[in-house]
Ligand binder design. Structure first.
Ligand SMILES: [Zn+2]
Length: 271
């Protein structure tokens, strides 16, 4: 059972314990983003009224509402696509008649919230912060609805369901969450989620990021060697033969080294 602290908890009552749609979900393995085709700042009333229900909704300004506990199956996908998916609907300002690729971008506030949700799912449910490759059963990661939709889609990143993948919709060619937003998952949301998860620098999308030049292997090894040398030089212990004597590990290694060289130079005793 889990609720995201940064979300406004607005439970859809039939998913609460004892409710008609309450069904426990095992370990969630995938986080799946959608576009809601809505101008509304909340989907609570619609979902409460009986429509397909997602765990979360992210409004235009980034406000997150949680409708279903992540320990419970939601119904944003067709069955069995809800068995291990945490689903997120998002505001897009669209009406059903103007849905077309490439579609509108998520606002900076939405990108931020979607990344925070992903980082939270990583921490709480162990969902890896990698792009979900397909809706194939057993895959894990961060994805989008189209991965489970059949249609005449382009190939590559924008492709639909692969053979053997789970069906997440019965509507052929449904664009959800549209091309622009699919690209944003890969270019913006997952990278930001990783920075949030690792405590790295978090920068707004419009800010040019100056990357640290990558360290080459030799530089890295030298830093590790130096750290190990420093660490070892401070190790002290009692000499087993003379308990009153404290020796340094480095001194002992030096002595061993010296006696070994002596053995090699002098040859084996009696030889
Ligand atoms: Zn969808």
């Amino acid at each position: 059972m889990a609720r995201f602290r940064k979300a406004v908890w607005r439970p859809v009552t039939r998913f609460l314990p004892g409710g008609s749609s309450h069904s426990t979900m095992g370990a969630p393995a995938r986080l799946v983003y959608h576009t809601a085709v809505t101008t509304s700042s909340s989907l609570h009333a619609s979902m409460q009224g009986g429509n397909a229900t997602s765990h979360f909704f992210v409004a235009e300004d980034g406000t997150i509402e949680q409708y279903v506990d992540t320990g419970v199956r939601a119904t944003a996908h067709t069955s069995p696509g809800n068995d291990d998916c945490i689903t997120v609907e998002t505001w897009d300002g669209l009406s059903p008649t103007d849905t077309a690729d490439p579609g509108p971008a998520w606002t900076p506030g939405q990108v931020d919230s979607l990344a925070r949700l992903a980082a939270w799912c990583n921490r709480v449910h162990g969902i890896p912060l990698v792009r979900l490759p397909s809706s194939f059963p057993g895959t894990r990661g961060i994805g989008w609805h189209r991965l489970g939709i059949d249609g005449n889609f382009p190939g590559g990143l924008l492709a639909g369901r692969v053979a053997g993948g789970e069906h997440w919709s019965s509507s052929f060619g449904k664009l959800c969450p549209t091309e622009t937003r699919i690209k944003q998952v890969v270019d913006d949301v997952i990278p930001l989620a990783r920075r949030l998860a690792t405590g790295g620098p978090v920068m707004a999308r419009s800010t040019p990021v100056e990357e640290e030049p990558e360290m080459d292997r030799d530089e890295l090894l030298e830093i590790v060697r130096e750290a190990v040398r420093e660490e070892l030089s401070s190790v002290q212990f009692q000499d087993p033969d003379q308990p009153q004597v404290t020796r340094s590990l480095v001194g002992l290694l030096r002595d061993i080294d010296k006696s070994l060289r002596g053995t090699v130079v002098g040859g084996p005793p009696g030889g």
